[in-house]
Design a binder for this molecule. Sequence first.
Ligand code: SF4
Length: 227
Amino acid sequence: MQITEIYKSLQGESSYSGLPCVFVRLTACNLRCSWCDSEYTFQGGRRMTLEEVLGETERAAGACRMVEITGGEPMLQEREVVPLMERLLERGYTVLLETSGERPLARVPQQVVKIVDVKCPHSGAAGTFRMENLEALAPHDEVKFVLSDRADYEFARDFVREHGLPLKVASVIFSPAFRKEATGARDASHCLLDPRELAEWVLQDELPVRLGLQLHKFVWDPAEKGV
Ligand code: SF4
């Protein structure tokens, strides 16, 4: 499979935020989100066999037992990434899969925790989520919405309500988008949507969702890669 990088860091998003995790970042994406901070994955990378990816992941992991498969869009390489997830599960890892949900998710192994990033209007990729993937969601999965403005918030709020997401998955996350050219200050000034405003909207609407801040952007320089 085509791999951009494999490294250990802290999980920055989802309800696993803050925990040590090995990231296996696959190359290529079929979307072009306006705030994407992973454009360096769109091309390049190196061709690696399944055994090579497993070996490098184990070396990076040490005692860490959590692996996130991410990208780019990892499900573009479904034929190779599904066996990778199966092998990691066999070896006792907790496996997270970060995906836009644009590709079918039915073949993802049941024990994998899917973190599905449903695209909102301001991303420029709205409508790409494959609705049949709602049926593939398991109770341990998570659904995330990255929000830039009030229109994104209302889209996410209505989607959550319409599909009863809080009853379907372990966590629904509303996360302010980060300026992709952000660098320097490690604070909320780089958020396209003020987290405080978002918190107030969530409370006003009594939504049972989790406010998510991208932890790694507050720990390391927001422009830093491989963290
Ligand atoms: S789906 Fe992810 S990697 Fe692809 S363009 Fe959007 S944010 Fe970037």
